[in-house]
Design a protein around this ligand. Structure first.
Ligand SMILES: NC(=O)c1ccc[n+]([C@@H]2O[C@H](COP(=O)([O-])OP(=O)(O)OC[C@H]3O[C@@H](n4cnc5c(N)ncnc54)[C@H](O)[C@@H]3O)[C@@H](O)[C@H]2O)c1
Length: 394
């Protein structure tokens, strides 16, 4: 595969090195659009150093480098803009999540792809992991009866990245529903087989992270590292020198600040409902991500961090524990599976297992959750294909 990449940062360079090349050892990066040429070059694999050329835009890249496929992996706020430009070339597209960070962008994206058969693989690794596939199969085959309720949680043990890296820039990410819950809403809708139509959300902001420490402050120039629990000395197993998570750079409640934790209750279109909670200050073994889905006949629970699925049939005397041998790396194996699917899509052997429609439906749900949290009221979720503008009021 000859691949053109827009935004050659950490995520896509890791995906190409660890997953795409496993799926296609002949893959070559032939063209890149990235204003930080030196940074992008430093992330290139040896085999691409001679052939990869830098271009000012997608049009120039496609005309000159003649790629077979494109990948868009800039920071979040540019995904939709580039994807709208990419559609006219009709090439298979690997698109990072969230597929957009605003309703305006999402509507433009939906419109742009409405009449296109350009295949898109959205970067949702959780939906293609083996343990999720097993849970999905159980639920689809009636293990719990009709699914009536789901309780999902995500205690993120690496959540410092949302205050100590570029992800703390609220203008770019627009908060942690779009940044993180986009994965979880996606797999929850897939698991329940229904779209979410209404949400009510809450968040806690500024209780832990954010603050009034100086702009640009890092541990190496801070005189409080003896006592600060986030310093490399005191968080020794999980930190090196880093930006201060208590800095004004993290934003404020007025300008936008990532949530320490956020939650929502949501309703599916058949009246089933669920809850989801994400917590970003957890560390170490506190990491948990998964769900409990139940119906009249049974309850299935799973956690990506633990290698088992638990199935309780309500009217049978035993409980089944299914060993999934799940792995912690590369999104629990999902990145490899996504890469394999993308290569299959490019060679024409497979359909996308993570479509743009799924990416958009998840974004509409995240936008409704964000709006509900900000306005303190229920918000109806826009549905892909719905006419008119706006995430309907409730
Ligand atoms: N799917 C997943 O599980 C997953 C995991 C991690 C990150 N991500 C997503 O991947 C995206 C990239 O994250 P990252 O950590 O690699 O960030 P990054 O900052 O390392 O990479 C972004 C790249 O985009 C480049 N860029 C900036 N402006 C640009 C422009 N105008 N045009 C083209 N390129 C431009 C930057 O120079 C940089 O190389 C984020 O949106 C993030 O949400 C997804």
């Amino acid at each position: 595969m000859r691949l053109g990449v827009i935004g050659y940062g950490n995520r896509i360079s890791g995906m190409i090195r660890n997953c795409f090349r496993k799926a296609d050892p002949d893959l070559r990066v032939v063209g890149i659009v990235d204003p930080d040429e030196d940074g992008a070059r430093s992330r290139l694999d040896d085999c691409d150093r001679t052939d990869a050329r830098f271009y000012r835009g997608i049009g120039q890249l496609v005309r000159s480098a003649k790629p077979d496929a494109l990948a868009i992996a800039t920071r979040c706020n540019l995904h939709a803009r580039y994807a709208v430009q990419a559609v006219r070339y009709g090439l298979p597209l690997f698109l990072e999540k969230p597929v957009s960070v605003s309703l305006r962008q999402a509507l433009a994206l939906e419109r742009a792809y409405e009449k296109s058969d350009c295949p898109v693989v959205v970067s949702f690794p959780l939906r293609v992991t083996t343990n999720f596939a097993k849970v999905h199969e159980l639920v689809r085959n009636g293990a719990v009866g009709r699914p009536e309720h789901v309780m999902a949680h995500n205690y993120v043990p690496y959540g410092r990245t949302y205050w100590e890296d570029g992800y703390r820039d609220y203008d770019v990410t627009q908060g942690l529903f779009l940044q993180k819950a986009t994965h979880d809403f996606d797999y929850l809708m897939l698991l329940m087989g229904r779209p979410i139509v209404r949400v009510a959300a809450m968040g806690t902001v500024g209780h832990i992270f954010g603050g009034d420490k100086a702009a640009g402050l890092t541990c190496s120039i801070c005189d409080e590292t003896e006592t600060c629990r986030e310093s490399p000395q005191n968080r020794s197993k999980t930190a090196s020198d880093h930006l201060c998570p208590f800095s004004v750079d993290c934003g404020s409640t007025e300008t936008g600040l990532n949530e320490d934790s956020s939650s929502c209750v949501f309703e599916f279109d058949n009246g089933a409902h669920g809850v989801y909670t994400q917590v970003f200050y957890s560390l170490r073994d506190a990491g948990q991500r998964g769900a409990v889905v139940s119906g009249y006949d049974g309850t299935v629970s799973f956690d990506w961090y633990r290698p088992e699925i638990r199935l309780v049939k309500h009217f049978e005397p035993s409980t089944e524990i299914i060993d999934t041998g799940s792995q912690a790396d590369d999104h629990f194996g999902g990145d490899d599976e996504l890469a394999r699917n993308f290569v299959g899509v490019v060679t024409g052997h497979e359909a996308s297992r993570s479509t743009l429609q799924a990416g958009l439906q998840s974004v509409y749900t995240c936008l409704a959750a964000k709006e509900s949290f900000q306005k303190r009221r229920f918000v109806n979720v826009r549905q892909v294909g719905q006419s008119g503008r706006g995430n309907g009021k409730s």
